[in-house]
Design a protein around this ligand. Sequence first.
Ligand code: SAJ
Length: 440
Amino acid sequence: MKEISVLGLGYIGLPTASILATNGYMVRGIDVSPSVVGIINKGGIHIEEPGLKTLVQAAVNSGNLTAYTQPQAADVYILAVPTPITEDKRADLSYVEAAAKSILPLLKRGDLVILESTSPPGTTVDFLCPVLAQSGLELGTELFVAHCPERVLPGKIIKELLQNIRIIGGINETSAQMARDVYTCFVEGEIHLTDATTAEMVKIMENTYRDVNIALANELARISPHLNINAWEVIRFANLHPRVNLHSPGPGVGGHCISVDPWFVVEKFPETAQLIAKARHINDFMPEFTYQMLLDTVRNIPNPKVTLLGLTYKPDVDDVRESPALKLIEMIEKNPDLRLAVYDPHVKHFDYELSGLEAAFRDSDCILLTVDHAEFKYINPRQVAAAVRNRNVIDTRNALSRKDWMDAGFQYRLLGCDYAENGDSVTRLTFFGNPLLSVV
Ligand code: SAJ
């Protein structure tokens, strides 16, 4: 039985290590954080993800998963460390480098190193391999290397780890085949083998595809109010066409993947990757656009209180990385006229003080919904109406019922419908004389 060491016990490393452990591998999970290691060894989790606690408990209780702060010898090493971007939008590969260097003294003939972290094209061959070559082992014959990008959706990580199709890119065929042998123990989807750079590019283009399409939706959201139409309705009807899949607009693209990965291509091909760069800029502008919508809504209210609903980068997760809400908080905080209360049922710890739901609504002048958490659909606008000072609600996700909020006396503004930049600030929409209903 092979021993596997998983370096990085975050959103990808921890579920992967646990699944391998529950499938009979002896797994050693490595994380630089002693508190993370302590929590996992007690069968606990340090991140929110449906089903993860049960899985980690099962893995630890089976005796097959143990976490450490120091690298441990194994036959297979899976690197699942972060690959963030720097301020100037370049890939920061320092975690990959540190993880690879940390295993150098442990590597032996016949070992396999798998990079799971999303990485710029060429990373495995041009960056990781030179580091691993310092082990003195010949790559491709004595030490095998593959890139097997994670492609799971936060919120559905466990299901997708098992069911998604996997793309495995080796530095040579043997490396790819060896990596496939590891994943076949739990992956129910097809496994396709290719070279490492193709696998890197597959992963990046998947997220870039999404980013470019979200940018298209955001552009539509800025155009529609000038035409006195509802972008969400355009999207719904266009998507009835069998070959169209317009995405949804919003206050920005967050997370550590879609707002990051496209830069990995732009960094390498700044002249050619123009559409990709433009999409990034369009999406990065959306928090500012939302902020302008907010300022317009409260423009006649002295010292207005804003209630921000939702801090995470997407619904029903606790992950705030690169969340558009963070950029909005920053802008609101810088404005001395505005007061702010933030509520998010999924986030327990955060730099900014969070409010309870009641306190967040009390004396509010504008509710700004940035994330469509399932819980928010159950907020009763009539109860909220009694608590606030002024009845304004901005819905950036088409998550609320226009009718219910308007019936409760609110001015309801939907991103992509009820606010036009540089023009009439509010589009009072009717459809053949009837108030326009949002399409939920
Ligand atoms: N968003 C929109 N409009 C949309 C869809 C998303 O504004 O129509 C926003 C979300 O609100 C969020 C951001 O985009 O802020 C990203 O959310 P997401 O759910 O699209 O994706 P992630 O970042 O959670 O996960 C993505 C996934 N990639 C694809 O679906 C192609 C996942 O499969 C990857 O594994 C993950 O990135 C990753 O780790 O790279």
